[in-house]
Design a protein around this ligand. Structure first.
Ligand code: GLP
Length: 241
């Protein structure tokens, strides 16, 4: 695990954007694993800026998002489909047929999860996976106690994740309780991983993922098993190291 500490959020974000754009420049038809959440929003903004400046194009690039809320239509403003359209896909030249996000409104969500895992394998796996981390150490929606060998499946959100994500919904009761998420084993199969964590609210999760014991209680600690993981953090997120 390579830990990269930056003075500011902006410099950490720019480094992650450079990492992703560099991957695409070197291999235009690469497969990116993508994340959602507030932390990675500026990364997408930085990628859009590079695209608008003609420094990168995505028309051959494939993507698989980590997760989606079960029960939300793709058009729901709080779905991760809408998030990705808003922050990246509608603002760049990604081709819709190359971008993948689990369908949270599938008639059979468990079958959709199995199908999604097969789709990733069928595409040859993920070259570079972008990750954020939850305050409780979750990656994707793999909440504490998730099996370290889990694959894409249904996962109930932890109460603290429902609370954290309720800032995007009108009422906390509107936050879906269940997600479809890549599993921890799915994530570990990516060739390379870049995790971004910023802000003091992530300091404990960052400490646990880097220095803590390998434990299902901190799903991100599973990244200690991965040979090509980079952790990009700002000074505040690094405060407990
Ligand atoms: C969400 C997503 C994760 C994300 C995390 C942190 O629930 N499922 O992929 O990394 O929580 O989100 P934020 O960056 O908003 O703190």
């Amino acid at each position: 695990m390579k830990v990269l500490i930056f003075d500011t959020v902006t410099s950490a974000v720019e480094a992650v954007a450079d990492r992703l754009a560099g991957k695409v420049a070197g291999k235009p038809d690469c497969v990116l694993g993508l994340a959602t959440g507030g932390t990675v929003e500026p990364v997408y903004e930085a990628l859009v800026a590079r695209y608008e400046a003609g420094r990168v194009r995505f028309d051959q690039t494939h993507t698989f998002n980590l997760d989606e809320y079960v029960g939300l239509e793709p058009t729901h403003p709080m779905s991760y489909h809408s998030y990705m359209a808003r922050h990246l896909f509608d603002r760049t030249d990604f081709r819709a047929c190359n971008t993948h996000i689990p369908h949270g409104n599938a008639a059979d969500p468990a079958a959709e999860a199995d199908h999604y895992e097969r789709l990733i394998k069928g595409r040859g796996g993920i070259d570079l996976q972008l990750l954020g981390v939850g305050e409780n150490g979750h990656i994707g929606f793999n909440e504490p106690t998730s099996s370290l060998s889990s694959v894409t499946r249904l996962k109930t959100l932890a109460p603290e994740t429902v609370r954290a994500n309720s800032r995007y919904f009108e009422h906390q009761s509107d936050v879906p309780q269940v997600s479809i998420t890549m599993g921890i084993a799915t994530i570990l199969q990516a060739d390379e991983i870049a995790l971004l964590a910023t802000g003091s609210n992530k300091a404990k999760a960052v400490r646990d993922l880097i220095e803590g014991p390998l434990s299902a209680m901190c799903p991100a600690s599973a990244l200690q098993l991965h040979q090509k993981t980079e952790v990009y953090i700002d000074a505040e997120a690094a405060a407990e190291l």
